[in-house]
Write a protein that binds this ligand. Structure first.
Ligand SMILES: [Zn+2]
Length: 139
């Protein structure tokens, strides 16, 4: 195996070590490897390929300390054909919540989620994906 050097906040590293401890991992490397594999496999869902999908993405960020809001607006314009709806609200003491409704392919939605995640200053990024035709839905 290759040894890689990765930068991350101390707090995140502490949480990884704690997680490794509590869940019986051999160490932080094992946790990071599994996390990376999950992330890479996340959008490789065969059931969702080649289908029209609805994606709902929720983003939280602190409006006092980041320019994430500007970045969200830029993404909205950049992906005008994909973004069906966009909603901005203020929650808690100083948090912005951005909600995007997307309609497109798995590839397009995963690219959008990737760009949201790469935005500096976001607190959380959550999403769900549902086929529009829902032909495999359990009735
Ligand atoms: Zn705001």
């Amino acid at each position: 195996m290759t040894v890689a050097s990765v930068s991350m906040p101390q707090e995140l590293l502490d949480r990884i070590d704690e997680f490794a401890d509590e869940h019986g991992y051999t160490g932080r490397s094992e946790v990071l490897r599994e996390g990376a594999r999950n992330l890479l496999g996340e959008f490789e869902d065969k059931q969702l390929e080649d289908r029209q999908l609805i994606g709902v993405i929720t983003v939280l960020f602190d409006f006092e300390t980041t320019n994430a809001e500007q970045r969200m607006m830029n993404l909205r314009h950049e992906y005008e054909g994909l973004v069906k709806s966009n909603f901005h609200n203020h929650v808690g003491d100083h948090q912005c919540m951005e909600l995007f409704v997307l309609e497109g392919s798995l590839e397009e939605i995963s690219a959008f989620v990737g760009k949201v995640r790469a935005t500096k200053g976001t607190t959380t990024v959550d999403y769900s994906v549902t086929p529009v035709d829902a032909s495999d839905a359990v009735v």
